[in-house]
Ligand binder design. Structure first.
Ligand SMILES: *[C@@H]1O[C@H](CO)[C@@H](O)[C@H](O)[C@H]1NC(C)=O
Ligand SMILES: *[C@@H]1O[C@H](CO)[C@@H](O)[C@H](O)[C@H]1NC(C)=O
Ligand SMILES: *[C@@H]1O[C@H](CO)[C@@H](O)[C@H](O)[C@H]1NC(C)=O
Ligand SMILES: *[C@@H]1O[C@H](CO)[C@@H](O)[C@H](O)[C@H]1NC(C)=O
Ligand SMILES: *[C@@H]1O[C@H](CO)[C@@H](O)[C@H](O)[C@H]1NC(C)=O
Ligand SMILES: *[C@@H]1O[C@H](CO)[C@@H](O)[C@H](O)[C@H]1NC(C)=O
Length: 870
């Protein structure tokens, strides 16, 4: 073993190039918007050529250029999806390309109504140079099964000696009404090195397989431990790299971490800089700090694939922590077979910060026909070489399907029972298909983040059905705002979906999906809970809320926890219980309360959280025997909770709206760190959407309720901003949001504080305990911020990021108040600069977790969501 590592080391050491290679500029880079009359830009700023009038030869006698009648809200951009070319007989596009390189061919399909042609009738084949890429393909069925509005298929096509790439569309012959269509075609040359090295055959390590000469279909491309990397950040190759967390199987999520910004990557000669973007190599997922746990589980990802094909599985590695050989050694399994024993990234790469990749080839057979076929990738710490740590690491993964006898096409996926149901309900012709797509959008929007049917279902039930034809509800044309992170990647259905093989298509298989959230946190038995709380002893009650009582408890012989026991009465409680588990189990942030586990047994719904030594923020503000908090402590708590909320709104690909921000939902731990709690009412909403909102039944707490939300029943993240504004005034004035005992104009703090602020008499209502210690500039900043939060019109309120930034600025003014007063920097920094700030603070490093070298990297607290990387 020693010997082998040594040889690896030596050979790869020589290959490290000292100069950094230049970025890749593809020879051919064609973006064709089919059926479009002119060139146009997509939301990422890429120009797509219109195929009408451009010099792209189309061989066809029967084709038509059309526009979609409906723009699905989840389309990332109008271009290329809103226009299409329809073929009613065999037709082809002939692209003139360089003769000696491979090409990525990406086909974009948006199954929608075009000129009265219904998308259910489109069945067709696509082939290139004798390879069948798609056969009897229905974009409609595929999109339905994946809960997506559109489909992108990516293929790697071997070089064409004639310099011509001919893409043939053939409508199915069985049905004479069938037609073929396509919305967009990308042709991008692939640098040779991407598929130049042979892959090793799993089970026959000595057998090298050439993957360079066959056609491939990209099935999955993920960024382990990191976030979605959009095409424009991918070195000229325009690939998408998706977050890996939803592919993780079982309870073991490991930990994610990312390199600090001053960490440099050194691409060796064998790994060109375009192999994978730096943001893929700069983030990773490993098993965790506890060796005892690590040896008892496999870090496993699960992918649905088509049976009876051979797959190339490409692993991207880059060590960010370890520096020496035999520190982190692990086994790699694909479908339970050893692909690589004793993998040692430093052994391969020679040192930290050097990216490498490894390819393995494995055939996937149909074990039980009719069942979904999975390809699993598992990492397991190896003990045989007695490494320093028992751990494993992965930075990125790609899975390619190899063509088999000139064929890459698999069957259409089976729609899930739920989709089939929705379809049946709406089966009065395609006139109703629009409402199906509303359901689908909802599912996409929700399931995208939440991993769980529970919530998706809940929201579907809660949300009033929207009618697309209603002119007030123009979802159309509001979506070209460049939300590249807001893609419909995930299928949200639960059982036996045959979701398959689209590159953007996430397929979490049924069984894992529903159990995922549950498996992320601990399950307690009712006996354990009773033991922890001395059979729900009343003396241990630390809080009572709408949900029920909260008890202090002790588990594992010493760990303090808060045990929230529901009133078994309300059904609403059940929904909120599920929401909270689904959300909290996936979210980890310093300023969000952590869920430790739950108990659902004998009619009990119990949630177990970290114990917050200092209780709620309100307990420290008024009607309390606690000593009053200083102004700085208050400001710090406001900043912490703003950070937590900002993370909820923007930290993930999707926006989470808390909906019940108030001082009793902001908790404080022993070290006075503020944490946002109580997600029972939370909802996901459109990301960063200026126009987007989630319609919903009005919920929340009086005194904090956004008047706009109340009026229009439309929820946006700005509703949380409003409530937070009330919290800010509550903290400043030391009085409740509503106090019915006061004169009428003073009952509502929001109204009263705003009136005082506008009259310039705010001073008079500040909590007397802190009035004299507040620096006047700090006060002004703070009060201005709170006032803006309370603006009537949500769109005019600042974002949580802006609020956070302003509060930090106020803190600085308070800190500087001893020294020479407010320097002139104020004006420039204060203007709109908010957006860029705050973000960085989220990936805060957590205490290392036992690993001696961990201080080198920021471990992002967020399991499965990963640190931001831009
Ligand atoms: C159209 O293409 C299909 C599949 O490629 C082929 O089987 C069929 O013969 C073609 N039809 C005509 C009329 O060329
Ligand atoms: C990166 O920055 C951190 C703190 O800013 C510093 O401790 C560390 O030494 C730096 N690392 C490198 C490789 O420059
Ligand atoms: C895979 O091949 C087996 C054996 O030839 C066959 O029974 C099965 O139907 C095939 N599965 C698919 C999905 O094509
Ligand atoms: C791999 O092993 C697990 C249990 O250890 C089993 O459930 C699964 O079906 C196996 N997968 C394959 C492809 O054999
Ligand atoms: C990890 O996966 C391998 C290969 O499938 C299996 O033999 C082993 O039992 C698994 N280990 C655990 C702890 O599940
Ligand atoms: C084409 O696909 C549809 C839907 O998946 C299926 O019902 C039909 O049998 C297929 N036709 C052929 C010829 O394979």
């Amino acid at each position: 073993m020693e010997m082998k590592i040594y040889v690896f080391l030596l050979s790869s050491f020589l290959l490290i190039s000292l100069c950094s290679p230049a970025a890749y500029k593809p020879v051919d880079s064609i973006f064709l918007s089919c059926g479009a009359p002119k060139n146009d830009k997509d939301s990422q700023g890429r120009t797509w050529l219109g195929d009408v009038g451009n010099k792209v030869p189309i061989s066809t006698s029967n084709s038509d250029t059309v526009r979609a009648e409906v723009q699905d809200a989840s389309l990332p951009s109008q271009v290329p999806y809103m226009s299409a070319r329809i073929f009613t007989s065999n037709s082809s596009y002939d692209f003139k390309v360089s003769a000696d390189t491979k090409h990525y061919l990406r086909l974009h399909f948006y199954p929608s109504v075009y000129n009265d042609l219904i998308p259910q009738r489109a069945f067709f084949a696509v082939s290139v140079a004798g390879v069948t890429l798609l056969r009897n393909f229905s974009a409609y069925i595929t999109a339905q099964a994946l809960s997506q509005a559109y489909i992108v298929k990516e293929f790697s096509i071997p070089p064409s000696p004639t310099g011509k790439l001919t893409v043939v569309f053939s409508p199915a012959q069985e049905d004479k009404d069938s037609y073929a269509f396509v919305n967009g075609i990308e042709v991008i040359s692939i640098p040779d090195q991407i598929y130049s090295s042979p892959a090793s055959m799993v089970g026959f390590a000595s057998q090298a397989v050439d993957i360079g000469s066959t056609a491939l279909q990209t099935m999955y491309r993920i960024n382990a431990g990191g976030q979605y990397v959009p095409p424009e950040n991918d070195a000229g190759l325009s690939r998408d790299w998706y977050d890996d967390s939803l592919y993780i199987y079982g309870a073991g999520f490991g930990v994610t971490f990312s390199a600090p910004s001053n960490f440099t990557l050194e691409y060796p000669e064998v790994v060109p800089v375009y192999m994978a973007p730096p943001s893929v190599y700069r983030t990773a997922r490993s098993m965790g700090p506890d060796p005892k746990i690590n040896v008892n589980y496999n870090l496993t990802w699960m992918f649905q694939v088509d049976a009876n094909f051979t797959y190339v599985v490409r692993f991207h590695f880059c060590e960010l922590i370890m520096t020496k050989i035999n520190q982190r050694v692990f086994n790699i399994y694909i479908n339970n077979q050893t692909a690589q024993a004793e993998a040692d990234v430093i052994g391969w790469a020679s040192k930290r910060g050097v990216p490498i990749y490894k390819d393995y080839v494995i055939p996937v057979l149909d074990v039980a026909p009719g069942k979904d076929v999975d390809l699993s990738v598992a990492l397991q710490p190896s003990e045989t070489t007695k490494p320093e740590f028992l751990d494993a690491i992965l930075n990125g993964l790609e899975i390619f399907k190899m063509s088999d006898a000139g064929n890459l096409a698999g069957p259409n996926p089976e729609p899930s029972p739920m989709m089939a149901e929705a379809e049946k309900k709406n089966s009065r012709g395609f006139a109703k298909a629009n409402s199906i797509s509303v359901t689908r959008v909802l599912l996409v929007v929700l399931a995208g983040g939440i991993v769980g049917l529970g919530l998706a279902f809940l929201l579907c039930v809660f949300m009033p059905k929207r009618n697309r034809n209603d002119s007030n509800n123009k979802v159309v044309s509001t979506m070209d705002c460049g939300n590249s992170g807001w893609l419909p990647l995930y299928s949200g259905h639960s059982t036996t979906t045959g979701s398959k093989s689209t590159i953007s298509g996430k397929s979490t298989t049924s069984t894992h999906l529903s159990s995922l959230a549950a498996s992320l946190c601990r399950h307690f038995s009712i006996t354990e809970i009773k033991q922890a709380t001395k059979k729900f002893d009343e003396s241990l009650v630390i809080g009572v809320g709408g949900f029920g009582k909260v008890y202090k408890g002790i588990i594992d012989g010493g760990t303090k926890v808060a045990v929230k026991r529901s009133n078994p009465s309300s059904e609403q409680g059940m929904n909120e219980f599920q929401t909270e588990i689904e959300l909290l189990s996936k979210l980890r942030h310093k300023h969000l309360v952590s869920l430790i586990g739950y108990c659902e047994e004998a009619d009990e719904m119990i949630l177990v959280y970290d114990y917050m030594g200092n209780g709620t923020l309100r307990e420290h503000l008024y009607k309390t025997s606690n000593p009053p908090l200083s102004w700085k402590q208050r400001l710090e708590i406001c900043i912490g909770s703003a950070r937590g909320l900002h993370y909820l709104h923007t930290g993930a690909k999707y926006t989470i709206i808390h909906r019940d921000v108030k001082t009793t939902n902001i908790l404080v731990d022993e070290k006075w760190v503020a944490k946002v709690s109580d997600f029972g009412l939370s909802k996901t909403g459109p990301m960063g959407a200026n126009e987007g909102h989630v319609s919903t039944v009005v919920k929340g707490s009086f005194g904090y309720l956004d008047p706009e939300y109340f009026r229009r029943q439309q929820l946006t993240e700005k509703s949380d901003v409003y409530s937070f504004g009330v919290v800010l005034f509550e903290v400043l004035c030391g009085r409740p949001a509503l106090n019915p005992n006061l004169p009428k104009e003073q009952v509502s703090l929001a109204d009263w504080a705003l009136m005082c602020q506008r009259k310039g008499t705010l001073d008079e209502i500040i909590d007397p305990f802190i009035r004299d210690s507040i620096n006047p500039e700090c006060l002004q900043k703070f009060a201005d911020t709170a006032e803006k939060c309370l603006l009537d019109q949500g769109s005019l309120r600042p974002s949580m990021g802006d609020v956070l930034w302003n509060l930090e600025f106020a803190m600085q003014m308070q800190d500087n108040s001893g020294t020479a007063g407010g320097d002139g920097g104020d004006g420039t920094a204060g203007e709109g600069g908010g957006n860029g700030h705050g973000d960085g603070g989220d990936g805060e490093s957590v205490a290392g977790g036992g690993n001696p070298t961990l201080d080198f990297v920021n471990i992002s607290l967020v399991e499965g969501i990963g640190g931001r990387e831009n």
